[in-house]
Design a protein around this ligand. Structure first.
Ligand SMILES: [Zn+2]
Length: 236
């Protein structure tokens, strides 16, 4: 089991940790600030540092072998079990994920359809909605700009599974159900805008999303409309 420091603080970019296992292309740490691929959001990259040595973390994944463990994929020979390391998260990549991820919550508020796919990366985010309604790119852009400018606070909290069951409308995504069996579920609230279960990393206020542009609207299938976001000034 890896202690998930990123769940409580998405701004945390460093922590101390110990290598507890090797395998699956990298190492498992007892605790980490690195977010593992999941919920549509890409994994963090970064570095592990011990003494004068640095190991590149090329991706972060949930262990397939050990439930609850997080694997840091390592370039080259990984540090041995028992090594105390300093974890360093790639700050620019994390910040891009936080901004795009929070922007996808704003899209959920603007487009009241079930979500059936999501991908959040360093350079773009895309969200698929289950609907055959036509989407108006300019109206979505205007809505995003407004919600960013309104500077809504963003925060997470934990609710019981009973509370979640009593509010089935909280689950917006058809493809990704919140993890069950832990007794509690993390919900993300964009104050006055959106509330849904989510384990990802977000900014603390919609103003921090900054200039995000709707780069594309696609009809993926008869019943799926895709919205693609990019950062302004990066050529989409
Ligand atoms: Zn989220």
């Amino acid at each position: 089991m890896t202690q998930e420091l990123f769940r409580e603080d998405a701004t945390l970019l460093h922590c101390e940790a110990v290598v507890v296992a090797q395998g699956e292309g990298g190492v498992v740490l007892d605790r980490t600030a690195c977010y593992p691929l999941g919920g549509g959001q890409a994994g963090d990259t970064g570095w592990l540092i011990a003494g004068g040595q640095r190991w590149r973390v090329t991706d972060t994944r949930k262990s397939k072998e050990f439930p609850g463990a997080i694997v840091h994929l390592i370039e080259g020979e990984p540090p041995v079990v028992g090594t105390a390391v300093q974890v360093e998260v790639d700050a620019a990549r994390r910040q891009a994920h936080r901004r795009f991820h929070t922007a996808t919550h704003l899209l959920c508020a603007l487009l009241p359809y079930p979500v059936d796919g999501c991908s959040i990366t360093e350079t773009y985010a895309r969200l698929d909605f289950h609907t055959d309604e036509p989407f108006d790119k300019d109206a979505i852009q205007a809505g995003l700009d407004r919600l960013v400018a309104e500077a809504h606070p963003v925060r997470h909290r934990w609710i019981s599974e009973e509370e979640l069951d009593a509010n089935p409308g909280l689950v917006r995504s058809m493809s990704v159900q919140p993890p069950r069996g832990l007794g509690r579920v993390r919900v993300l609230e964009v104050e006055g805008v959106d509330l849904q279960p989510c384990g990802g990393t977000h900014v603390a206020n919609t103003a921090e999303i900054g200039a995000v542009v709707v780069t594309k609207i696609e009809k993926k299938s008869a019943k799926t409309r895709r919205v693609v976001l990019g950062f302004a000034g990066r050529g989409g």
